[in-house]
Design a protein around this ligand. Structure first.
Ligand SMILES: Cc1ncc(COP(=O)(O)O)c(C=O)c1O
Length: 440
C-alpha cells in the first residue's frame, strides 16, 4: 500500500476509469440500471481490485441493486431479523450508569442480544439471502473477533451453504470460543499465518481464495469496507440498528438523541447506528477506536490518531495506518474486532467533513469500562463495545442532564473470556486452565 498523494502506481479503478473493458460494460449496465448506490464517499471507497474480481463484484452490485428494492427479499429479511435474530434488539435506559456518571441520560442499544451475540448477524444474514438469490452454493468470510465468522457459519448452516472462514492464527487463539462454535456449525476455519496473523491478513487470504473460486462462491465481507459495493451494502444491512434506535427513542423519550457513540473497527456497527441519523444537524456522532497500549506505531489501531494517512488497500481507498514505506502498519488492540489498520470509506469521509469525532481508547480504559458496565448494569459487553462504553464514560459527566446519549453495545462479552479472565482474574483463571488440562 502507498500513500495516495505519492503513489503514481495506483491500480486502475475499473468502475470509474473509462478505458477498460469492464468500464465499457459498466457504462452499458449503468444505462439500464439507475445509479443509486454511491461508489465513493468523497474521495474514498471505489473498487481497486485485480481484473479477475471485477465480474464477481459487478454481479454482486447488480444483484444488490435489484434485491434491495425487492419487496419479497426485504420481507423475508425482515421476518428473519425478527424470528431468527431476535430483532428489534432492546434500547435500554442505563439508569445506574447514568447516575454514576452524573451527566446526560445514557441508553444502550443491546446488539449483543441478537442471535450469535453481536451486530454481525444483521449483515451476514442479508448477504446469505442475497447469495442464495444469486445461485451461490458456497460462502467464505474473514473474521477477527470471530463474531462475523460465527454469524457467517450460522447463516450458512441455516441456508445450506458450505462455509469457509479465514482467521488469523493470533485471533484464533484469543477468540477460541468462537472458533469452536464455527466448527460446530459445520464451517471450516482456516488459520491465516501471514503478516501479523490478524484481521487484515484474514481479509487478504479471503480475497485471494475468492479470486480462485468465483463461480459458486460468495464472499460475505464482514464490515463496511472493501471494494464497492461492500461498503454501501454492509452499511445498508447494518442500518437496521439506527432505524430501530430512532423508533425506540421516540417511543421512550419522545425525541431524538443528542449523542450517538459506537466503537469503530472496520466501521459496520458505527455506520449502522449513525447512518439513519446523519442528516440530523443537532446530533453529535462519536467513534471509539482502539488506542491499544499507547500512541507508538504498532501499539494501537487508531487510524484517525495523530497523523492520519490516506492509502489504498484491500480494494478501497481510505485512511490506513502505514509505516514510513507506505506499507500497512502492524496494529494492536486487546479486542480482536478493532485490531485492524483500515477503516470504512464512508467514515473516512465523515471524518473529513468533521461529522464524526473519533478518539482512541486504550486497552486499560476499555477493560475498566468493561468492568464498570458489568458491575453497574449486569451487562457484560464485548471488548470492542467496551471501547464505546469508555468513550461514553469520558463524555457523559460534562454533558447536560437532559441530553440523551445512545451507546451501541455491538456485542456481548462471552467470546472474550480468555482475555478478560486473564486480565481481571488471572490467578484463578490459570488455576482453572491447569486443572482442566490435568483432567484431560
Ligand atoms: C462485537 C463487535 N463489535 C465491533 C466490532 C468491530 O467491527 P465493526 O467496526 O465493523 O462494527 C466487531 C468485529 O469483529 C465485533 O465483533
Amino acid at each position: 500500500m502507498k500513500n495516495i498523494s505519492k503513489d503514481s502506481r495506483m491500480k486502475t479503478e475499473h468502475v470509474v476509469a473509462g478505458t477498460s473493458k469492464q468500464s465499457d460494460k459498466q457504462s452499458r449496465i449503468n444505462q439500464l440500471v439507475p445509479e443509486v448506490l454511491p461508489r465513493h464517499f468523497g474521495p474514498y471507497g471505489g473498487r481497486y481490485v485485480p481484473e479477475m474480481l471485477v465480474p464477481a463484484l459487478e454481479e454482486l452490485e447488480q444483484g444488490y441493486l435489484h434485491y434491495k428494492d425487492d419487496p419479497l427479499f426485504q420481507k423475508e429479511l425482515a421476518k428473519l431479523y425478527q424470528s431468527y435474530c431476535g430483532r428489534p434488539t432492546p434500547l435500554y435506559y442505563a439508569n445506574n450508569l447514568t447516575q454514576k456518571l452524573g451527566g446526560c441520560k445514557i441508553y444502550l442499544k443491546l446488539e449483543g442480544l441478537a442471535h450469535t451475540g453481536a451486530h454481525k448477524i444483521n449483515n451476514a444474514l442479508g448477504q446469505a439471502l442475497l447469495a442464495k438469490r444469486l445461485g451461490k452454493t458456497k460462502v467464505i468470510a474473514e473474521t477477527g473477533a470471530g463474531q462475523h465468522g460465527l454469524a457467517s457459519a450460522t447463516v450458512a448452516a441455516r441456508f445450506g451453504l458450505r462455509c469457509k472462514v479465514f482467521m488469523g492464527e493470533v485471533d484464533m487463539r484469543r477468540q477460541y470460543p468462537n472458533v469452536y462454535a464455527m466448527k460446530l456449525l459445520g464451517a471450516e476455519v482456516i488459520p491465516v499465518t501471514d503478516g501479523t496473523k490478524t484481521l487484515k491478513d484474514a481479509v487478504n487470504a479471503t480475497l485471494k481464495y475468492w479470486i480462485q473460486n468465483l463461480k459458486d462462491t460468495h464472499y460475505i465481507l464482514g464490515s463496511a469496507l472493501g471494494p464497492f459495493p461492500y461498503p454501501v451494502m454492509v452499511r445498508d444491512f447494518q442500518a437496521v440498528i439506527g432505524r430501530e434506535v430512532r423508533t425506540q427513542i421516540l417511543e421512550q423519550e419522545g425525541r431524538l438523541p443528542d449523542h450517538l457513540v459506537a466503537c469503530v473497527g472496520g466501521g459496520s456497527n458505527s455506520i449502522g447506528l449513525f447512518h439513519p441519523f446523519l442528516n440530523e444537524p443537532n446530533i453529535r456522532f462519536y467513534g471509539a477506536e482502539a488506542g491499544g497500549r499507547g500512541p507508538n506505531p504498532g501499539d494501537h489501531a487508531a487510524r484517525f490518531g495523530t497523523t492520519p494517512k490516506i492509502g489504498i488497500a484491500q480494494g478501497y481507498k481510505s485512511y490506513f495506518l502505514q509505516n514510513e514505506h507506505g506499507q500497512i502498519q502492524d496494529t494492536h488492540s486487546v479486542s480482536a474486532g478493532l485490531d485492524y489498520a483500515g477503516v470504512g470509506p464512508e467514515l473516512a469521509w465523515l471524518y473529513d467533513q468533521k461529522l464524526v469525532e473519533f478518539s482512541a481508547i486504550t486497552d486499560a480504559k476499555a477493560l475498566e469500562a468493561f468492568k464498570m458496565l458489568t458491575q453497574l448494569e449486569g451487562i457484560i459487553p464485548a471488548l470492542e463495545s467496551a471501547h464505546a462504553v469508555a468513550r461514553a464514560v469520558e463524555l457523559a459527566p460534562s454533558l447536560p442532564k437532559d441530553d440523551i446519549m445512545v451507546v451501541n453495545i455491538s456485542g456481548r462479552g462471552d467470546k472474550d473470556i480468555f482475555i478478560t479472565a486473564r486480565e481481571l482474574d488471572r490467578e484463578n483463571w490459570i488455576a482453572f486452565l491447569k486443572s482442566e488440562v490435568a483432567h484431560g
